[in-house]
Design a protein around this ligand. Structure first.
Ligand code: SAM
Length: 270
């Protein structure tokens, strides 16, 4: 596998994904009952980002760095920015990935399981986590299947594969469908890259038919969805969205767009 998240950490798509994840977890924490959080493609947990580091393309300079210099209005964006401020050291940033972001929200009654295929990435993550948390060097799609339904009967799952292989699009649909068959109230957060808008719309229509549960999609694009950039946009789908996540997204998403995006950018809630 060639994929290293280090090269993309803190870019516009990470900011989009992590703000949404934070908002979903905050909403789930309004109820006292414990839950299971599963991150099927967890990464190494944190990423050291330095300005002008030639080994690491500066995607984060057009993502997390813009948010750091902004004064966001929405409460979730303010909270997310504070997490970044606490990890900023001069011009550098130790960017928190999804596992650290989630662990910051989970309580003693909650549990977390993280899957990561690359041994070295998983090893790094293992050193960072504590509490009722497991890190497994294993395929996240198969691992998720084995965990459903969780004994807590409350759960939130992030599915965030690298999409180096086209099959990841169908694997994500399959994993969502399987999970909901075993555990119909699972809250699922799926990340997808957007190159052509039309391809996303086709995939999303199929997913909605397959899962037949309430769904919500958040789209953020930095370039028009037919341009030649490697990644034009970021899409997040929430299945069984918790109460008020839809309303909040309609407020924070345009704000994220205006902080990160130029004249060619856009956003939409579906
Ligand atoms: N979720 C992380 C975050 O937001 O901070 C980023 C994850 S990154 C997009 C995808 C990760 O999945 C990579 O670290 C890669 O090594 C790992 N990976 C790839 N295939 C996998 C699989 N089948 N099961 C588990 N992890 C996998």
């Amino acid at each position: 596998m060639k994929y290293r998240h280090q090269f993309h950490a803190g870019n516009f798509a990470d900011v989009h994904k992590h703000v949404l994840l934070l908002d979903v977890l905050r909403a789930l924490m309004r109820k006292d009952k414990g839950l299971l959080f599963v991150d099927t493609h967890a990464g190494r947990g944190e990423y050291e980002l330095h300005p002008g580091d030639s080994a690491h393309p500066a995607e984060w300079q057009a993502g997390a760095a813009y948010l750091l210099s902004a004064e966001p209005r929405h409460e979730t964006l303010r909270q997310y920015r504070e997490l970044l401020v606490a990890r900023r050291h001069g011009g550098s940033l130790v960017y928190p990935g999804s596992p650290l972001l989630a662990l910051g929200q989970l309580r003693d009654v909650d549990r977390a399981v993280f899957f990561e295929m690359q041994r070295e990435e998983a090893g790094h993550l293992r050193k960072l986590v504590t509490g009722r948390t497991r890190v497994e060097v294993a395929d996240g799609f198969a691992g998720l299947r084995a965990l459903m339904p969780p004994p807590e009967r409350r759960g939130c799952v992030l599915i965030d594969p690298p999409y180096e292989e086209r099959e990841d699009f169908t694997r994500v649909t399959q994993a969502a469908t399987d999970t909901l068959q075993r555990f119909e109230s699972a809250v699922l957060v799926l990340w997808l890259p957007v190159k052509l808008r039309e391809d996303f719309d086709t995939w999303y229509a199929k997913l909605r038919r397959a899962v037949n549960r309430p769904t919500l999609a958040s789209l953020l694009w930095m370039h028009p969805c037919d341009s030649r950039a490697a990644l034009n946009g970021s899409a997040l789908v929430v299945i069984n969205p918790p109460y008020l996540v839809d309303e909040a997204m309609r407020e924070w998403l345009p704000e994220v767009r205006s902080i990160l995006g130029g004249p060619q950018s856009g956003c939409e809630v579906l």
